[in-house]
Design a protein around this ligand. Structure first.
Ligand SMILES: [Fe+2]
Ligand SMILES: [Fe+2]
Length: 350
């Protein structure tokens, strides 16, 4: 029997009741030529972050309490519902006091730590004890046990970068607290594969020491050397932390960079489908995002959302500026969705 309808609205209502939806209901705005994002360009001042950490230090205890980490997240103004820094990444700051232990756990989210200040704390990842120093990058691959402990005498602060919102969107979050009180530290002989770089045929993959710790004392001389040569016009002297096991990006979902802008340097603008979060590790500068200038000093952190034009400038005529950054580009590249547009010689106004 042929059904008769009075109006499209009536048809839509009927389809809804049946768990169906007509594609004619899609708004043209939902199919833009240029990618659209809810993530907004934003800069957080170090003075606000530091003061918030100090206030949290007075009120939030992590010893024996229900709180496992004293961490403050950067919330993008376009993502207040989710309290994430971008749609794919979360960047936070963590403070640990002397004598504290942030208990062990593991999760399906991948994490990185970039160390900002203090001495004497270590992070233990799957039994690898890594003593943290300023400028070090330490990786916590997904599902690896990790615990932080502080044996020094001054507060330590570092950046935590994670792929939380991406893993959330895939609905594969798993989180497991460690059952014992402390995570054991393996001795160096435990960490060495028993047959070196060979293994008996038929045995499963050897437990190779994970490439987890990039020391500033190695990174900085390499960065300086690169900065003496020809610079990338869009990035200055920029290096990606390579994962030596894969030869690829730092981690499957995150790429970490360290970038030096020579005194007075100004890069050309470009835009891409990946999102970037920058932390001003040294120096001061200005990054113009879609025509809006964001002035940064040491400790400030800012987001460049996807498909937004951006260019960086070092505002000092005598001091170098160094940016640490985290990018979701490996996700885009894995699915053939990475796209970049360069601005050539045309400059955005500073
Ligand atoms: Fe964790
Ligand atoms: Fe870029």
């Amino acid at each position: 029997m042929k059904a008769e309808f009075k109006s499209t609205e009536e048809l839509d209502r009927l389809l809804r009741q049946r768990g169906l939806s007509g594609i004619w209901r899609i708004n043209r705005d939902e199919r833009p030529l240029d990618p659209k994002t809810a993530v907004r360009p934003h800069l957080w001042k170090w003075a606000d972050i530091f003061d918030s950490l100090v206030q949290a230090r007075e009120r939030i205890g992590i010893q024996g309490g229900s709180v496992e980490r004293r961490v403050i997240r950067l919330v993008n103004p376009g993502l207040e519902n989710t309290e994430m820094t971008s749609h794919t990444m979360l960047l936070s700051f963590q403070l640990i006091q002397p004598g504290e232990v942030a208990p062990a756990h593991r999760h399906t989210m991948t994490a990185i730590r970039f160390i900002l200040q203090g001495k004497g704390a270590y992070t233990n990842v799957d039994g690898h004890k890594m003593v943290m120093e300023d400028g070090d990058l330490i990786l916590t691959p997904q599902w690896s046990w990790h615990e932080h402990a502080h044996e020094g005498d001054r507060d330590m602060i570092w950046i935590d970068g994670l792929d939380v919102p991406f893993i959330q969107s895939l609905q594969v979050i798993s989180f497991e607290p460690f059952k014992e009180k402390r995570l054991g530290v393996r001795s160096s002989s435990d960490l060495a594969p028993p047959y070196g770089m060979t293994r008996p045929v038929g045995e499963p993959s050897a437990d190779l020491p994970a490439p987890l710790h990039y020391r500033w004392r190695d990174t900085y001389p390499n960065l300086k050397r690169l900065a003496e040569g020809t610079l990338n016009p869009f990035e200055g002297a920029a290096m990606e932390y390579v994962n030596p096991l894969s030869g690829g990006s730092t981690l499957p979902t995150l790429s970490c960079w360290i970038q030096l802008l020579r005194p007075g340097m100004r890069t050309l603008g470009h835009r891409h489908t990946s999102t970037s979060i920058y932390h001003a590790f040294r120096g001061s500068g200005t990054t113009v995002i879609n025509g809006e200038p964001f002035h940064w000093e040491q400790g400030d952190t800012f987001v460049v959302p996807l498909w937004h034009w951006h260019e960086h400038a070092n505002r000092s005529s005598k001091d170098e500026a160094i940016l640490f950054s985290m990018h979701d580009a490996p996700i885009l590249k894995a699915f053939g969705l990475y796209r970049e547009e360069k601005q050539g010689e045309t400059r955005l106004g500073l």
